[in-house]
Design a protein around this ligand. Structure first.
Ligand code: NAD
Length: 451
């Protein structure tokens, strides 16, 4: 099938490259000329395992093309995916300017029937706005359908997720659009939920918010574990074996971040507000997440007595492993709070160093874990990269000023590290926190604003 994708970002590029690999003819367009020039040379603008190979293969087999011309994209694709950004406004709402602009541009270039598919994450009723915007701009009476096909891929395993989804959600309003999308997705052999556009839009926001809720829930339980000396990893195991609950997303840590959860949770709260529903549950989910970072820094301060002039080695900057994405990463707030308390920060991330340059001031970027540990009063784990799991702890101990590890992702065995002579503190593993007073520079209630 001939398809086009508007927006060559984490979702659009994966969508385009994967559909090309499945045998479709794909045109990907973006307004960023540099990005398109880079992609034409077979290079990807961000790190995502397996994606560059897929892009190169698509180009070599002449199934994948890149252009800055919307006209070319609209002429080519019978199905046109909108996968542009939908960032967070300062008040938490989703900024749909790009979706609106692209809808208008598509309508102006429309000469024959097309299915316009929202793949960007958007608040419920956006499909209606897209349809209305397009109807105002479409030159002749060209027929078109608007559909919703939310994306659930996870950065760091996006290609794998796209090719092997748990489910595909199709929100459609006509048989024609439904049949085309069913045909397009048939090779993936995944369960498909066919519904109306509004329900599809809600499925995406509800799913992300539910997952964020699970993480905030376990983080709240972790605080209790610390106070009473219980072990959150065991509590999560015991809860997770209940098939009604499930073990996934019950890992306590420094909280959720990234390009999706923070903005999607707030966009959901705001659209609910607009619709007259006060989504108090989700507000608490967001609040627990902000608090989790504050309490983490407070804990570091308690362990080191005070932070002024202490050197902290921060391991991991990306919001999660296998990506260089720093959007709303917990590391940003954590480092800022540490610095406001007077600490000096040394850091290393396996992939996100380049992206981090310019985002942080007065931070020493190191070439590896051991350099980050040199002279440090403690090492703080912020991202659970696999390569942090197996370290030469004897060497680390010699390099550090104090043998202390504060593990924001619970990747180590506390007993093993204590045997090696480290002071080890995880999350929810029995280290009580004094709750009075929060660190300077604590994030605002909205906490995570998209970068
Ligand atoms: N990143 C994820 O893991 C993920 C997962 C599921 C859904 N989503 C959703 O998908 C959407 C895109 O996210 P992303 O992470 O790919 O964003 P991104 O920032 O990586 O990419 C967005 C792309 O859209 C392009 N763009 C913006 N305005 C444009 C315009 N007017 N014309 C043409 N191109 C334009 C940008 O240049 C950029 O390349 C968002 O709504 C996001 O919430 C993201």
């Amino acid at each position: 099938m001939d398809i086009s994708v508007v927006g060559a970002g984490h979702v659009g590029l994966v969508t385009g490259a994967c559909f090309a690999d499945l045998g479709n003819q794909v045109v990907v367009t973006d307004h960023d000329k540099d990005k398109i020039a880079l992609l034409k040379r077979g290079k990807t603008p961000f790190y995502e395992p397996g994606l560059e190979e897929l892009v190169r293969r698509g180009i070599a087999q002449k199934r994948l093309r890149f252009t800055t011309s919307m006209k070319e994209a609209v002429e080519h694709g019978l199905v046109i995916f909108i996968s542009v950004w939908t960032p967070q406004r300062p008040n938490g709402e989703a900024d749909l300017t790009a979706v609106e602009n692209v809808s208008r541009q598509i309508a102006q270039a429309l000469r024959a029937y097309r299915v316009i598919v929202e793949k960007s994450t958007v608040p419920v009723e956006t499909g209606e706005w897209v349809k209305r915007t397009m109807s105002l701009s479409v030159r002749r009476r060209v027929p078109f359908d608007v559909a919703s096909n939310p994306e659930f891929l996870r950065e760091g395993q996006a290609v794998q997720d796209f090719m092997n989804p748990d489910r595909i959600v199709l929100g459609v309003e006509s048989k024609r659009a439904k049949d085309l999308l069913l045909e397009l997705y048939k090779p993936l052999k995944a369960p498909i939920v066919v519904t109306d556009v509004k329900s599809a839009e809600l499925i995406k926001h509800a799913s992300n918010s539910f997952l964020a809720m699970k993480i905030s829930f376990i983080n709240a339980i972790a605080q209790l574990c610390d106070q009473v000396g219980a072990d959150i990893t065991k509590v999560a195991e015991g809860m997770g074996l209940d098939t009604r609950i499930g073990r996934a997303f019950l890992d306590a840590g420094v909280g959720w971040g990234g390009s999706c959860f923070p903005k999607d949770v707030w966009a959901f709260i705001r659209i609910a507000d607009k619709l007259g529903y006060d989504f108090q549950l989700l507000k608490a989910v967001a609040q627990v997440n902000v608090q989790q970072r504050q309490l983490f820094v407070k804990r570091i301060a308690q362990i080191l007595w005070n932070l002024n002039n202490k050197t902290i080695g921060v391991l991991g900057l990306a919001f999660k492993p296998n990506t260089d994405d720093l959007r709303s990463a917990p590391s940003i707030d954590i480092i800022r709070m540490l610095q406001e308390e007077g600490a000096k920060v040394r850091t290393f991330d396996p992939k996100a160093m380049e992206q981090a340059n310019g985002l942080f001031t007065d931070v020493t970027f190191c070439k590896d874990v051991y350099e980050a540990a040199r002279g440090a009063d403690c090492l703080v784990i912020v991202t659970e990269w696999n390569e942090f799991k197996e370290l030469d702890f004897v060497r680390l101990k010699k390099l550090m000023r104090q043998p202390c590890i504060i593990d924001g992702r619970n990747i180590y065995d506390p007993e093993a590290l204590r045997r090696l002579g480290f002071r080890y503190v995880g999350i929810g593993r029995g280290h009580p926190t004094t709750y009075l007073g929060l660190p300077k520079g604590s994030p605002s209630p909205h906490g995570e604003k998209s970068s």
